[in-house]
Design a protein around this ligand. Sequence first.
Ligand code: NAD
Length: 322
Amino acid sequence: MKTRFTEMFGVEHPIVQGGMQWVGRAELIAAVANAGALGCLTALTQPTPEDLSKEIQRVKDMTDKPFAVNFTILPTLKPIPYDEYMDAIVQSGVKIVETAGNNPKVHMPKLKEKGIKVIHKCTSVRHALSAQKIGVDAISIDGFECAGHPGEDDTPGLILIPRAADQLDIPIVASGGFADGRGLAAALALGADGINMGTRFMATREAPVHPNIKEKMVNASELDTTLIFRTLRNTSRMFTNSVSEKVVSMEAEGKKIDEIGPIASGQRGKLVYEEGDSEAGVWSAGMCIGLIDDVPTVKELVDRIVGEAEDLISQRLKSIVA
Ligand code: NAD
């Protein structure tokens, strides 16, 4: 498949593995790159900017192919030295950055000075247009189905992707709800140049996620996610468990971040992936969890998705027209 996305970013397949806190580590990113897709190392998973520099080097030791670094700007429980993380990224020689969470305007001069291509992930057409105006190279448009932060507009991909395609001039990656070749073919039909997947890549052999959690994902359905932080206007789609349900009930009681934060902290969520206890904290999952039935290698997954989409486009859809 050849799209504006594969051409611009120099990757074989129009597939991105998006940033995922605690999951976007070197082993997964290198496996995605070596499978011909674009992996995003998650900057804030690394405890310090120095650790991020080392993690970027670890990816480079495992692949010669292009990869990106995800840089997310959202409210956090502890202050993040964003400028120092950005310096580590631009000094590392990375060629692609995925920004998310907030307008990346203040970081654009540093990125552009080094010729780094920027994919900005956002959840509305108006934010995508602002990002295009400040010079990002591509937009990852993230529908309501997605894991993590879907924004506050609740617009599903079926509407958001063609709306973005109509309005934007730069390449578009469709994000949220994608897990198979049917999704890829549909995204291309809706006007996107590729797809972004997070949840689907969590259930791969190389993902640094405990096998118990991968098994939970295979057994889950599309009904097993919960929206937390609606009352804080920082909505986040999480796997339904006792902790995400507790957060929602605390919100209903009018509790604020000072009381909810310790329950919903990323440090507790990290234990889920490391120790395999799905009730240890909140952990992100998209609605496409209902489409996940196995734990393949990254290469098996990417090849299968591209193969399915190619067959769909060249055979099934063609035969319908005929
Ligand atoms: P954390 O432990 O600092 O916070 C836990 C959650 O509480 C996060 O969702 C955070 O956005 C939210 N939060 C914190 N302070 C808040 C406030 N004052 N008002 C509203 N909500 C608040 O976060 P973490 O789990 O260590 O994650 C670090 C950062 O990475 C956060 O910004 C998080 O949202 C983001 N993140 C990124 C990805 C990604 O794909 N790049 C995935 C998950 C989380």
